[in-house]
Design a binder for this molecule. Structure first.
Ligand code: NAP
Length: 556
């Protein structure tokens, strides 16, 4: 096959530099090299896997069902791989990713243990100069980030942590064995998805576990189970239909069709439906039972109170139960959390709960956490405090755009992008599932495949037009920012502090970092944009103003 490479300047080693070897980076490498582009991938870790390489804490598993949280691009791949459980554990997902890397011979495209630490647009040569942490500089026509949204751990902003001399580990960089916690007095700080998964397993081995909770979450039962052979056969027979459904759904999983609102039905009927949804669980569970749960606070209250009652029934100590009842945000407005035996764990005699809302941490000593009300001696501290989502990994690339401005400066007052894939003033730079894409609130693998395909086709479009430089216009970026804001504004996401809006990181601008109009609508819109010759995108700095226009309103 003839290489489709552009007449690349002699100084450019490759057509594309890709960042990361997780779900995004691997599909990027496969898609682009199959199309004949030269590709060099850099991965900070020693092997493939991304999130699933690093997050090896006890209990780590995906809360999107395995059959949906997997690649759809190759029919043979999906026929030959068999998931063991409804929600695959981390080790199984990692072995799937390794299988994909081996099967498509993708490792050869990556340099491991090598981090991209800087990248500058060279306007004269029309390429990116990419700095690596080994001191080398590499050049490429295109730079594509597959660095993920949740790959940069949040700073360990617990006061006095540096004083603590006991065992310290974070869920996102887990490097001990669960046995290392056996018999110890353990503190877990943080009760998001990671903490909720780890806590029940740590409780089983710890001498005593104290959970330090800042904001109680709605934890719904994951209801994980082994997948029976008949289920697997039926899924495999149906895969093409299932994948198509996911691609055109709101969240990247088959849609649970709900059209009625919470107050359209009687109290008894509503309760009955919540019970059924609670049994079903997952993202199509309680939070999806009525159409207005994320837009009408009163409707949401009915679902929230349903979960409150569940917590009070499960947790035997009424005072602990009250601390666990989530009362600071509506159900679903922060990332939903699914657990196994989470609330039951608080019935164990070796587990206690400290509410940091009532007694904030003041400092730590060499062997204790000191709150405003007491001193808790511990041998080990587990941090489950989350990530500097989306912007953390991108700012880590330290990009300098065409006008000499850094990405972190361009986004200082608000995070911006065109379709979550491009940024004005950063030519030939692309993001797979970046901020303001549907990645934030969807089955991310569906968004990743769509983004990689769309970007690959845009590169081909530029090549067909003999264009070397692809850039989102400032007008189109502004239009997309307005669309994402208008789409989220009527929802409870817009008024709830969460990592979705950067509230968990000091100084981060308050931008809801996703598009909530649905992966299906987004896909159809991106397809239409391509069909219409890429409004919003300039090739080789062509003069005319290129607006996105009314496409978003026209697409259903
Ligand atoms: P997270 O949802 O951001 O939770 C962090 C927790 O730590 C929160 O309870 C937070 O309290 C608390 N916290 C943060 N800083 C603190 C501090 N300085 N002192 C005390 N408490 C502090 O992080 P995560 O649990 O790692 O999950 C992040 C995302 O990763 C999830 O929402 C999900 O998208 C993904 N994830 C998915 C899975 C899965 O598929 N099952 C598993 C893990 C992670 P506040 O709420 O008050 O800020």
């Amino acid at each position: 096959m003839n290489s489709p490479s552009l007449s690349t300047p002699a100084t450019a080693a490759v057509d594309v530099i890709g960042v990361g070897a997780g779900f995004s980076g691997l599909y990027l490498a496969h898609r682009l090299t199959t199309a004949g582009w030269t590709f060099a991938g850099f991965e900070a870790g020693p092997d493939v896997g991304g999130t699933w390489f690093w997050n090896t804490y006890p209990g780590a598993r995906c809360d999107v069902e395995s059959i949906y949280y997997s690649y759809s691009f190759d029919e043979t791949l999906q026929q030959e791989w068999t998931w063991s459980q409804r929600f695959a554990p981390q080790a199984e997902i990692l072995s799937y990713i390794n299988h994909v890397a081996d099967r498509f011979d993708l490792r050869k495209h990556f340099t491991f243990d090598t981090r991209v630490v800087g990248a500058t647009w060279n306007a004269a040569d029309r390429l990116w100069e990419v700095q690596l942490d080994n001191g080398e500089t590499r050049r490429s026509r295109y730079l594509i980030s597959g660095a993920g949204g949740l790959s940069t751990p949040k700073d360990f902003d617990v006061p006095g942590l540096e004083n603590f001399t006991g065992l310290q580990v974070s869920t996102s960089r887990w490097n001990i064995s669960l046995d290392d916690l056996a018999g110890k007095r353990v503190a877990v700080i943080g009760t998001g998805s990671s903490g909720v998964q780890a806590i029940p397993l740590i409780a089983q081995v710890a001498g005593h576990l104290t959970v330090f909770q800042r904001t109680p979450n709605y934890v719904m039962p994951a209801r994980n189970a082994a997948l029976a052979t008949e289920q697997i056969d039926s899924i495999k027979n149906d895969y093409p239909t299932i994948r198509e459904e996911c691609r055109h759904s709101p969240g990247g999983i088959p849609e649970y069709p709900v059209t009625d609102n919470a107050f359209d039905v009687s109290d008894e009927e509503r309760q009955r439906r919540y019970e059924a949804a609670y049994e079903r669980s997952g993202f199509n569970g309680v939070g999806a039972e009525f159409a207005d749960l994320l837009t009408n606070p009163e409707a949401n209250r009915t679902a929230s109170e349903f979960i409150h009652d569940k917590i009070r029934k499960i947790v035997e100590d009424p005072a602990t139960a009250e601390l666990l009842v989530p009362k600071y945000h509506p159900l679903g407005a922060k990332r939903s959390v699914f657990g196994t035996d989470y609330y039951e764990t608080y019935n164990r005699p070796n587990v206690s709960l400290v509410s940091l809302r009532d007694e904030p941490i003041q400092t730590m000593t060499e062997n204790a956490i000191v709150t405003s009300k007491g001193t808790y001696e511990v041998d080990a501290v587990v941090l489950a405090i989350g990530f500097d989502a989306f912007t953390g990994p991108l700012y880590g690339l330290d990009l300098t755009g065409a006008s000499g401005r850094k990405l972190q400066d361009a986004w200082r007052d608000g995070i911006r992008s065109y379709l979550g894939m491009m940024a004005a003033d950063f030519p030939n730079f692309f993001m797979v599932g970046g901020p303001l894409s549907p990645a934030l609130v969807s089955n991310v693998v569906v968004t990743i495949e769509q983004a990689v395909d769309w970007i690959a086709e845009l590169l081909e479009h530029a090549r067909d037009n003999d264009a070397a430089v692809i850039e989102a216009t400032a007008e189109a970026e502004e239009e997309w920012v307005n669309i994402t804001e208008a789409t989220v504004a009527p929802t409870l996401y817009a008024t709830t502090d969460s990592w979705y809006r950067g509230s968990n990181v000091d100084g981060k601008p308050d931008t809801f970092m996703g598009y909530v109009g649905g992966v299906g609508k987004y896909r159809r819109m991106c397809t239409e944009i391509a069909k219409r010759g890429y409004p919003g995108v300039q090739l080789d700095g062509e003069a005319q103003s290129r607006h996105l226009g009314p496409i978003h309103q026209e697409i259903s």
